[in-house]
Design a protein around this ligand. Structure first.
Ligand SMILES: [Zn+2]
Length: 464
């Protein structure tokens, strides 16, 4: 049996591990690389394996850095089955369609430039049509906690990863041709505990080999209670100065968690008078999927969603669908909370809000999610004095906040807990993290569990 790390190795994005058991070839995720130009250029490289020889893609969840290259995989010959939970299948359809649209728009802009230079048009990474063909490759959804056979002697079980609705971690059990079965455990993205909507991660079974994400391997998150208090503080201070609060947010999960946090303030009558705009058609569509699969949420939240008001329907909240409605927000000087994509400020409607507001010292930008290296979000967090948006140099005078307690990722304690529950596996491979975080976590594993973890390298193959 062999493992090859085709992505999220010494970096956070591009999750993709190839598992080979004799002739059977399984990909765990097929994600897009995101962040700096250098990282994103990997999306265009050959896969490093023949797509037509892959039997299964096991998709842990629908974030783009886990599912984003599936349409390219299909275009290049993948004809196997994609296995995931039902919410992940529905969310992947939304996320991939949105991604294809962005790819097509980007290619159109580049093509125009190329043609003016006398060159030939630029082909997008993939198109809507590739997404439509990909949707056909999704097999019947896999229920959580149910064991299914992928091939003789190879079984799969998905468990709730508590990361986003429908997200799973993966148990693979390989018995074929072995005296003792090999038990593999892939964390996918592991959730933070005590989130408002999604339950805590399930407990994994004991495993021999664990492949673990380490996004926040070097830190502890603040509690949800403290994070909500900090959010309220950001709102109060900003409104007192006569400004607006901008929250760049991922459409999937972070936006919904934020709405749940703001709804808690509303219920406690602690929400300052304001208008809250969810300015992202993708986030609005995602919110519908949350409602549809409320049985994947915490039971008390699922119950609450059946009545009004609730986290997705309360008086201050407005859903912003059209670009015109989005532009109209520019006329509001104060007491607006604008939640818009993209989460790392690399595109989407947040860019035009930043352009109109980030130079105003009375405004605030509140980051609630991971900002990859090389992104505009990362620059703002690191205190950039000016930023370039739509070709224009803009001064950064707004107050910048980072509230990590809303993170959808486990912190160091959460990751160590997961390894402990896996009962000190014989081999631990670290993925999905930047080097400082991975090194800190490797040291923590050694100090607290007495185990040596291996930081997987890009394209590295391990024989098991
Ligand atoms: Zn994720």
């Amino acid at each position: 049996m062999k493992l090859t790390f085709h992505g999220a190795a010494k970096t956070v994005t591009g999750s993709c591990v190839l598992v080979q058991v004799d002739k059977l070839k399984i990909l765990i995720d097929c994600g897009m690389f995101q962040g700096s130009e250098e990282i994103e250029s990997r999306n265009w490289l050959p896969f490093g394996f023949p797509p037509n020889k892959i039997d299964y893609v096991i998709l842990t969840h629908a974030h783009l850095d886990h599912c984003g290259l599936i349409p390219r995989l299909v275009r290049e010959g993948f004809a196997g089955e994609i296995l995931c939970t039902e919410p992940t299948r529905d969310l992947a359809r939304l996320i991939l369609t949105d991604s294809a649209q962005l790819q097509e728009e980007e290619a159109a802009v580049l093509s125009k430039k190329e043609r003016r230079r006398g060159g030939s048009p630029v082909r997008p990474l993939y198109e809507i049509e590739d997404v439509l063909v990909s949707l056909d490759r999704f097999a019947d959804p896999v229920p959580l906690n149910k064991t299914i056979e992928l091939a003789k002697g190879v079984t799969l079980q998905l468990r709730d990863a508590g990361h986003v609705v429908g997200a799973a971690f993966v148990h693979l059990r390989v018995t074929e041709g072995r005296k003792r079965p090999k038990r593999l455990l892939f964390s996918g993205d592991l959730g933070n505990r005590d989130k408002l909507l999604t339950p805590d991660p399930a407990d994994p079974d004991p495993a021999d080999i664990v492949i673990l994400e380490t996004t926040y391997g070097d830190r502890q998150h603040r509690s949800m209670r403290d994070s909500i208090a900090e959010l309220r503080q950001a709102l109060l201070l900003t409104f007192a100065r006569g400004g607006n609060v901008l929250i760049p947010s991922f459409a999937l999960e972070r936006s919904q968690e934020l709405l749940a946090a703001l709804f808690q303030l509303y219920k406690r009558k602690e929400l300052p008078g304001c208008q809250i705009f969810l300015d992202s058609p993708l986030a609005i569509a995602t919110t519908k999927v949350f409602r549809r699969y409320s049985d994947y949420l915490k039971p008390e939240e699922a119950q609450q969603l059946a009545h009004s008001p609730n986290a997705f329907d309360f008086p201050a909240l407005r859903f912003v669908r059209t670009p015109d409605e989005s532009r109209a927000i520019n006329a509001i000087a104060s007491h607006a909370v604008i939640i818009a994509g993209g989460g790392m400020c690399t595109g989407g409607r947040i860019l035009h809000h930043l352009k109109h507001q980030v130079w105003r010292s009375e405004c605030s930008v509140v980051f609630v999610g991971y900002q990859a290296e090389g992104t505009l979000g990362r620059k703002l967090i690191h205190g950039a004095r000016t930023v370039r948006i739509f070709g224009e140099e803009i001064a950064v005078r707004a107050q910048v906040w980072t509230i990590n307690g809303f993170s959808a990722h486990a912190d160091q304690s959460g990751l160590l807990r997961f390894l402990t529950q896996a009962q000190k596996p014989e081999k631990i491979f670290l993925t999905h993290g930047e080097m400082p975080s991975m090194i800190a976590f490797k040291q923590a594993v050694q100090a607290k569990l007495g185990r040596t973890a291996h930081i997987a390298d890009w394209k590295e193959t391990i024989e098991l």
